[in-house]
Design a protein around this ligand. Structure first.
Ligand code: 5GP
Length: 192
């Protein structure tokens, strides 16, 4: 998606450890106009998939997920990373290793919000090694629900997550696909 690639070129910076910092429009400050366009694009790409709910992880997945839910006319549920006092024991949980924070998190979703007939679309901000998506896929298996697709705002194609999702036979849509970082610059798959 050219709009997003241009924004990454303009505002993104490459940090050590193959991390792209995009905290002025996605990971800290959020650009609602851009999120709206991203949500519309995900909705377009998955419009014929029969999706009943959007599934994401707090916190950076929520903004694009909500906009996608708005455009598709379906609810959005986010997995929580921290135990909340209002979350009871009636939970689906999975373990997720965080790429940027280098810690293990338990993610959890209240069972009441995932019915067996659900067909979900997983949305997240980044796809790196695929741990976050894997955690959501694990929950989907336990909850016995179908995953119709995975949509990520930015994928780092050179890391393991892309192959993990593709090998699972799930439709994967990345709105910006990064082929590599070279000398602190972002090289998109579309540049090649
Ligand atoms: P994965 O589980 O696919 O390894 O990593 C996904 C999660 O790690 C994303 O939800 C995102 O929060 C974070 N992440 C991974 N790579 C990057 C990156 O290059 N930049 C930023 N800002 N977050 C990243």
């Amino acid at each position: 998606m050219k709009l997003l690639e241009d924004r990454i070129r303009r505002d993104g910076s490459v940090l050590p450890g193959n991390v792209l910092k995009v905290d002025n429009f996605l990971n800290h400050q959020i650009d609602p106009q851009l999120m709206d366009e991203l949500g519309a694009e995900f909705a377009r790409r998955f419009k014929d998939s029969g999706i009943t709910k959007i599934l994401t992880v707090e916190s950076s997945g929520i903004a694009p997920a909500v906009m996608t839910g708005l455009h598709m006319g379906v609810p959005v549920i986010f997995a929580r990373k921290h135990k909340s006092l209002t979350l009871t024991d009636n939970l689906y949980t999975a373990k997720v290793y965080s790429y940027t924070k280098q810690v293990n998190n338990d993610i959890s979703i209240d069972r009441r919000f995932l019915d067996p007939e659900e067909k979900v679309l997983i949305i997240d901000d980044f796809l790196a090694n695929g741990q976050a998506v894997q955690g959501l896929l694990d929950i989907a298996v336990t909850a016995n629900i179908k995953v119709a697709g995975v949509g990520v705002v930015i994928e780092k194609r050179f890391q393991k997550g892309h192959k993990l999702v593709a090998d699972a036979g799930i439709q994967l849509e990345a709105l910006a696909s990064i082929a590599s970082f070279e000398d602190g610059k972002v090289i998109f798959a579309t540049d090649k």
